[in-house]
Ligand binder design. Structure first.
Ligand code: SAJ
Length: 420
């Protein structure tokens, strides 16, 4: 296999993958539809926040092994890492995958390997990609090779997990899988497992569904505990002392581009069979509403309350607001006429509610923790107590030290624990 790789899509997966391949000696062309992203990367800069990424991209650009462009070129391997969002009807929107595949067709030549990494419905390689790629006149399995190799990296730890995670390699046929293995084994330290493409597509969906269903169970248990008058966090902590129990964290909901989306692809594949999966999705999607209602209940004695929302990103220490439950809570409250100011040190100017910290908490009647950023854990309750109007705290992530905040005069409420 030759050493030139064309990575289609320079987002959260494509850019780290392109730069890791480049730092392993491949000649990499990163392709994106956005001129801004192409320019940013060519300057050795990045358009997303991810620990360590800037350094790797900068080094890859300086070495000359990585370039970015709007159009693909002839290469040995084409790696598709474009988004697969959800339509309004909760179905996989394959527009970007289709477009990326179509755009490489004119550049395909004998011996090429095409890899899809984007999370996709079962059957995508066989039913969607095969006919598009074979429009080149080249036949898959004979002239060119096709594999589905799902990315499994955790935002916030992408560069480490790209190298250390095991990978599932689903070939259109055995030769395709072997070809893909020879690419991944150059930089992956985890184990590589070979299977067929449709199995690999399903594996990826099951992984994220497993997490979604478990989070839904935690969220349901938290609601139950609120009604029972016990503390979910204590219940979960003790339950997790059982050798085979791993209760997940309850919270304001599930966001991000993956876990809140992917289970729907299984529901779409077989709505009748995927009952629990759908229910879990609905349970998690209902959490922002529960948080908004609780906030209003906590403030019913305050006239024209002002809320300081801590967090807009979908989870701690990332800048991503896609499908963010924190953003949803803020929007729900604002739609009801509640005055909400938000502070998120990771999200730059992404929202009109965004303020700096002092501005956000000044005169607030409720401090509402929505995202588990480290910066919030480090807050000094005594300092914050001097800024707010009413010393009230609602922590939907259970990240703040309850005793310290109580000591500073705050009435402390935690999602999953007894509420007034
Ligand atoms: N969350 C909870 N409770 C928990 C864990 C997470 O409420 O116990 C929330 C988070 O706050 C966030 C959402 O769920 O809003 C998802 O966060 P996450 O950290 O679980 O996952 P993602 O979406 O950042 O990344 C997931 C990972 N998948 C799994 O862990 C099975 C990652 O490995 C995948 O590569 C990624 O999806 C993807 O791209 O598919």
């Amino acid at each position: 296999m030759g050493r030139k790789v064309c990575v289609m899509g320079l987002g959260y997966i494509g850019l780290p993958t392109a730069s890791v391949l480049a730092s392993n000696g491949f000649e990499v062309l990163g392709v994106d539809v956005s001129q801004h992203i192409v320019d940013t990367v060519n300057h050795g800069d990045i358009h997303i926040e991810e620990p360590g990424l800037h350094t790797v991209v900068q080094a890859a650009i300086q070495s000359g092994n990585l370039r970015a462009a709007l159009e693909p070129e002839i290469a040995d391997v084409f790696l598709l890492a474009v988004p697969t969002p959800l339509t309004r009807e909760k179905q996989a929107d394959m527009t970007y995958v289709r477009r990326a595949a179509e755009s490489i067709v004119p550049y395909l030549k004998r011996g090429n390997l095409v890899i899809l990494e984007s999370t996709s419905p079962p059957g995508t390689c066989r039913e969607l990609l095969k006919p598009i790629l074979e429009a080149s006149g080249l036949s898959i399995g004979e002239d060119i090779y096709l594999a589905y190799c799902p990315e499994r990296v955790l935002p916030g730890k992408i560069l480490k997990e790209l190298i250390t995670n095991d990978r599932i390699i689903g070939g259109y046929d055995v030769v395709s899988a072997e070809r893909a293995r020879s690419l991944y084994e150059t930089f992956v330290e985890g184990e590589l497992f070979l299977t067929d493409a449709t199995t690999a597509e399903t594996v990826k969906l099951l992984e994220n569904t497993f997490r979604d269903v478990n989070i839904a169970l935690a969220n349901e248990a938290a609601l139950l505990c609120e009604r029972l008058g016990v503390d979910f966090w204590e219940v979960a902590r003790f339950a997790n002392r059982h050798p085979r129990v791993n209760v997940h964290q309850a919270g304001p909901g599930v966001g991000g581009h993956c876990i809140s989306v992917d289970p729907w692809f299984l529901v779409e594949a077989d709505p009748e069979a995927a009952q629990l999966i759908r229910l879990a999705r609905e349970r998690n999607d209902a959490m922002p509403e529960h948080v908004a209602e609780t906030v209003q209940a906590l403030l019913k004695d305050v006239e024209q309350p002002r809320i300081a929302a801590l967090g807009l990103a979908y989870k701690g220490n990332v800048d991503d607001i896609r499908e963010s439950p924190a953003l949803r809570v803020v929007e729900l409250l604002r739609a009801r006429g509640v005055d909400v100011a938000a502070y998120d040190p990771h999200v730059q100017g992404a929202s009109p509610m965004q303020r700096d910290f002092a501005d956000c908490v000044c005169g607030a009647d409720l401090l509402l923790v929505l995202t588990d950023h480290d910066e919030y854990r480090a807050l000094n309750p005594r300092f914050v107590a001097e800024q707010v109007r009413t010393k009230r705290l609602y922590d939907t992530r259970n990240i703040l030290d309850r005793a310290a905040w109580k000591e500073a005069g705050f009435a402390v409420y935690v999602l999953g624990a007894r509420l007034p």
